[in-house]
Ligand binder design. Structure first.
Ligand code: GUN
Length: 297
């Protein structure tokens, strides 16, 4: 069994990006810039945002965090998006989700310039992804694909089960793994809350990707020997042995599933850090596209 160490790999990826940024700056260009909009003070969003800003510093990007109160109006938020779209110094930006109830997420995502949509959430980028065209891939699927590639986990001809059909993880993941490409060519089953016989389906899987959000959902009797397990779940559960009284777990009963696996991601330290590294990769890509930037390494 080998641990797919997202923390270590994301550090390597960020070091690679940092080297590229140093070379860009050494040639007299400004560094890439990522802006992020955070509405309200959802604790999970605060934590993600802290990691994103820290990672920008680490790789040498300029970044700006735009904070707004929970009761911002939709028009005010759309105005911020419009300013970011038109600001030449901003290469890419994200609007952290979830947004407050009174804001129409769809209207906000549609307002983002697809060329700056480094989250890859705009339907233009989603459509390009589905057709195998150049685009920004959403950060979590890009992180998982990168992890599988770097650890040389073969996907071609494999049976993959993706659990969860969200727009930002499950659905794009199923498309990316089934397309004709080096990290695709798999036979993919996209399972969800209405799926019947999930245990039987999982038992046939060579690779399971769980993005469900239910702690300990994937148990050892649901997986075959040698399975590859990618756990996208981040669930906070009570743990009175910790000072905080809680701890983070994934969707997978790691202790019992890991011994049967050939590769498995831990939580925390698996997919999560890869998502942040992917956002950095997309921002660098936005910068390079904008300046059609090439240089000699
Ligand atoms: N909320 C949870 N994950 C994400 C993400 O990757 N991007 C944005 N914008 N919001 C999120």
């Amino acid at each position: 069994m080998e641990i797919l160490d997202g923390r270590k790999l994301s550090k390597t990826l960020k070091e690679e990006i940092k080297e590229e940024v140093s070379a860009i700056v050494a040639q007299g260009h400004r560094p890439p810039h990522l802006s992020a909009v955070l509405v309200g003070n959802n604790p999970a969003s605060e934590a993600y945002m802290g990691n994103k800003v820290k990672s920008c510093d680490m790789v040498g990007f300029d970044s700006k965090l735009i904070r707004r109160v929970e009761d911002i109006s939709q028009d005010e938020l759309l105005e911020i998006v419009s300013q970011l779209n038109n600001d030449d110094r901003v290469d890419g930006f994200i609007v952290q989700l979830p947004l407050p109830e009174h804001i129409d997420d769809e209207a906000v995502l549609l307002a983002i310039d697809p060329a700056k949509d480094v989250d890859g959430f705009h339907p233009y980028n989603f459509g390009c992804m589905a057709q195998g065209m150049d685009c920004f891939l959403p950060a979590t699927p890009l992180g998982i694909i990168t992890m599988l590639e770097r650890y040389k986990v073969e996907t071609s001809g494999k049976n993959v089960v993706v659990i969860g059909r969200s727009n930002i993880v499950g659905t794009p993941m199923s498309i990316l793994l089934s397309r004709k490409s080096p990290s695709g060519n798999a036979t993919v089953t996209l399972a969800h809350s209405r799926t019947k016989n999930l245990k039987e389906i999982c038992l046939r899987a060579d690779i399971i990707i769980s993005a469900l959000g239910k702690p300990f959902f994937i148990t050892h009797d649901m997986v075959k020997e040698g399975v590859v397990v990618i756990d996208v779940g981040i669930n906070r559960i009570d743990d009175l042995s910790r000072k905080s009284g809680t701890r983070l777990v994934g969707d997978v009963d790691f202790e019992k599933v890991a011994p049967k696996s050939s590769f498995i991601t831990p939580v925390p330290g698996g997919v999560g850090p890869m998502t942040v590294a992917s956002l950095m990769m997309n921002t660098l890509k936005a910068f390079k596209r904008k300046f059609d930037y090439t240089y000699n390494k």
